[in-house]
Design a protein around this ligand. Structure first.
Ligand code: T68
Length: 830
């Protein structure tokens, strides 16, 4: 590495050179044409939008790679403590716009393209989403990578390079169908294949005792080896040269050829078997809710954990010879329990391969891991059947048993022989199916356990992990989630972005989002109001066009755009939303003509995927489409009410929908949403929230005040008592009547919807739709009333954006860096 020398003057020369290269559309234009010819292999005189996109993407990639190299060399030279972010899921979405904006070359690219007869926006649309994740957890990882890069932290993301991302949702006759997302079909310019960065990952086999220094030690004799190949995805920071790495692993057959099977003569079968190794990284599990003890899932987890740790340890050993320094140089972040096997793997490597004694290895492990949980429900916690672990990773099971043994002995000394509590807190669960509680493993072995919002953390301390909190109160903390304003304002809402910069007189808020608070002073300024409404209208028009193109439904931009987009779950209560829409429809139908002029026109937009095996969630999608069919084709209601189900909701759809929303719904039953991050994206874009006091909403209220949003519903502390009441709980008549309409087949499909109706009636209403219905309708009525007063609405909208500063992932990451990881920025000189 001799690209960057210590000499200051060399740095200056380099900066001048970089400016010369980055500046001006001329260079970019030449690069695009070169890539058209040599990378895309088309004539530079004739290429289409997709080919132009590819050539542009490669031109941007070249610039990314330069910065990325410099950053890696700089990190290596400085050797700071690094944070390794282990996550089984990253929802990156598209990369082009984000990259050119973070690199500061958006305008050069657009100019160069114009000269070539192309439009930047059109080309950006050519890119498919990288959808290597399910929902909030995975998108959070992506936002945090952006913040880590922007704030110059020495960070690495590690994950899996699935060949099939989250399934594509197709709606046929109103039903969800899943189609494979073979996203690599047309190549992926945003990754760099590192054919030489590979590690063997082993599975199965047996553990033997081996004589050693007069004693004995364990030796794992694995039965299968798969090769992990690195694919590096450079993540550029904004306004910095720092460009960090998201390293995703793909499974390839191992080079260690099994001569035996080749010699038995069945060559074809031997090759076919070998090829099967690739299935490990082939497909993302689409379930974001319940854990099923599937072998392939466990294999995926260990595969990415093992490869990542080999990589991390190799990097450490490059410049260190003593593992006692490990905690000073390495922080490992477990994104939920999915990578928790890393704990056992570090123990195994240190003890079995590096021959540290157990206690020394354990001392190291206790200092390096931190764990963030994203769930509220005990059902959501992973439990790996012991039989499964024993066959796949026999040595790891022993290690987990040994950790548990020491820990339980220690625990007995602390809490005495309270066997109920000991068994609840044990890492090993005895029962019909003996299993490993991954959350317990993660808590026992991590120095910090973070929740994702304040309310979530309270729940962890008082319910889900109460026993642990009482034992180790100092371990428990929270870092309220945040989202990156780079993607969620600058990339997705360029006109709002320009407006904000104009009124604040600076673009500095893009890196220092607290500055948005400066808009508060202008919240009553009529000139700002006018421009604000104009921007919002343009975004609504863009969304209206999309809706018409997708569904053929024409919507009026003067109506209120009311949006609920997120994974479909009973607890997120899309059904409450739909029942509310049915109520609204029924009211309009039963109204005197003369009264209809008072109705605030609405376009209700719902989008989201249901896990393929989640029957009730799929019925909710069908109900939404059945109700939409009825309402949208009723000339009697016309523009007063429309309902649109947006198919295949993903990051790119969110980027389009959020800026165009007037009102957004975050209406989970209180105590169920760990945080929620969609609410933050809408807030930043000046969309008003209609919400329950759940997850991070409680903190949003503190920032913008309850007068600037529409709150409703049972409070978290009321929920358990309300559930107790069961069938005796009082439910408003309107609720019974809308459910009756569904039951009676008013929207068709009577039999199909029956079980859905059963879920919310007769004492089965676990998520309290009936109980909350009245206050939900009142909140909706308050939203209507506010919308009529456009001045009031605009003020609330401005105050929403102005108060969103706390919900940037920059703030979250800074808190993690300082309080949990103990890392510092390491800025690559320009
Ligand atoms: C979400 N969790 C939380 N899980 O539901 C949400 N789970 O409240 C929170 O804002 C967000 O995490 C970020 O903290 C998820 O998205 C999953 O997607 C998931 C995936 C696999 C297994 C379990």
């Amino acid at each position: 590495g001799n690209r960057i020398e210590d000499d200051q003057s060399l740095e200056k020369i380099k900066k001048a050179l970089i400016d010369a290269v980055d500046g001006g559309g001329g260079e970019v234009k030449k690069d695009i044409l070169d890539h058209v010819e040599y990378t895309v292999a088309r004539s530079r005189f004739s290429f289409d939008d997709f080919e132009a996109y590819q050539a542009l993407a490669h031109s941007v990639r070249d610039r990314l790679i330069e910065r990325w190299h410099d950053t890696q060399i700089h990190f290596k030279k400085k050797d700071p403590k690094r944070i390794y972010f282990l996550s089984l899921e990253f929802l990156m979405g598209r990369s082009l716009s984000n990259s050119v904006i973070n690199l500061g070359i958006r305008d050069q690219c657009a100019d160069a393209l114009k000269e070539l007869g192309f439009e930047f926006e059109v080309l950006a649309e050519q890119e498919g989403d990288a959808a290597l994740g399910n929902g909030g957890l995975a998108r959070l990882s992506a936002c945090q990578m952006d913040s880590l890069a922007t704030m110059d932290y020495p960070a690495w993301g590690y994950g899996l390079r699935y060949q099939y991302g989250l399934f594509r949702q197709v709606i046929l006759d109103g039903y969800q169908h899943e189609q494979p997302d073979y996203w690599l079909n047309f190549g992926n310019p945003w990754e760099i294949e590192r054919v030489h960065v590979t590690y063997p990952v082993k599975f199965y086999g047996t553990v033997e005792d081996e004589n050693f220094n007069g004693g004995s030690r364990k030796v794992w004799l694995p039965g299968e080896t798969v090769e992990a190949v690195a694919y590096d995805n450079p993540i550029p920071g904004h306004g910095t040269r720092n460009t960090i790495t998201l390293r995703l692993w793909a499974a390839k057959p191992s080079d260690q050829i099994d001569m035996e099977s080749y010699n038995t003569g069945d060559y074809i079968n031997a090759v076919v078997n070998r090829q099967r190794a690739e299935t490990i990284s082939s497909v993302l599990y689409p379930d974001d809710r319940s854990y099923q003890g599937k072998e392939l899932r466990l294999k995926q987890q260990y595969f990415f954990v093992s490869a990542s740790l080999q990589d991390i340890i190799r990097r450490f050993k490059d410049s260190h010879s003593n593992f006692d320094d490990f905690p000073e140089k390495v922080a490992l972040q477990l994104n939920d329990t999915h990578p928790a096997l890393a704990i056992a793997e570090v123990m195994r490597v240190l003890v079995d391969e590096e021959h540290l004694d157990w206690n020394r290895a354990w001392g190291i492990v206790c200092k390096i891991f931190s764990f963030t949980t994203h769930t509220v429900l005990p059902e959501g916690l992973e439990k790996v059947p012991v039989d499964l672990l024993e066959s796949l990773l026999p040595r790891h099971l022993q290690i987990i048993y040994d950790i548990n043994f020491d820990y339980i002995e220690e625990l007995k000394k602390r809490i005495g022989l309270d066997y109920d509590r000991l068994s609840r807190m044990s890492i090993v669960e005895d029962g019909a199916v003996k299993s490993i509680r991954m959350a317990n493993l993660a808590i026992v072995c991590s120095h910090t356990v973070n929740g994702v919002s304040r309310v979530h953390s309270e729940l962890l301390k008082t319910r889900v992990f109460k026993d642990f909190y009482e034992l180790w109160p100092h371990k428990f903390d929270y870092k309220t989630n945040g989202v990156t304003q780079r993607r969620w304002i600058v990339v997705s809402n360029p006109s709002l972005s320009a407006l904000i910069s104009k009124w604040l007189g600076t673009e500095a808020w893009i890196r220092d989002v607290g500055l948005l608070a400066g808009l508060q002073e202008q919240a009553a300024n009529v000139d700002l109001h006018e421009e604000w409404r104009m921007v919002r209208k343009v975004n609504k028009m863009r969304l209206a066009e999309y809706i018409e193109a997708m569904s053929g439904i024409k919507v009026s931009v003067s109506a209120m755009f009311d949006v609920q987009i997120k994974r479909i779950h009973e607890y997120k209560r899309q059904l409450l939303n739909i029942l509310g829409i049915i109520h609204r429809y029924d009211c309009i139908k039963n109204m005197e003509r003369s009264d209809r002029t008072k109705v605030v026109p609405r376009v209700c937009i719902i989008g989201g995927k249901a896990a393929p095996g989640y029957e009730i969630a799929k019925k909710i999608i069908k109900l939404c489409n059945a109700v939409a069919e009825k309402i949208n084709n009723d000339p009697d209601v016309g523009d007063l009410l429309k309902l649109v189900f947006i198919p295949d909701y993903n990051v790119s759809v969110a980027e389009l929908v959020i800026p165009g929303a007037d009102l957004s719904q975050h209406i989970s039953t209180a105590g169920h949403e760990a945080s929620g991050t969609g609410n933050m994206k809408f807030l930043m874009n000046g969309c008003l929230l209609l919400a329950t006091e759940d997850g991070s909403t409680a903190e949003i209220i503190e920032e913008i005040g309850e007068d600037n949003m529409f709150l409703f519903g049972a409070k978290m502390h009321e929920v358990p008592a309300l559930r107790e009441k069961g069938p005796t709980l009082k439910v408003p008549l309107q609720f019974a009547s809308v459910v009756r309409m569904v039951r009676d087949g008013y929207f068709g499909f009577r039999d199909y919807f029956e079980s859905l109706c059963d879920k919310v009636e007769g004492g089965n209403d676990f998520y309290l739709l009936g109980y909350d219905f009245q206050s939900y309708l009142e909140a909706q009525a308050a939203a209507d009333k506010a919308f009529v007063d456009q001045e009031k609405w605009t003020r609330m909208s401005i105050l929403s954006t102005a108060g969103s500063g706390r919900f940037s992932s920059d703030r979250t990451i800074e808190e993690y860096a300082e309080k949990t990881w103990g890392i510092e920025p390491c800025k690559c000189p320009f």
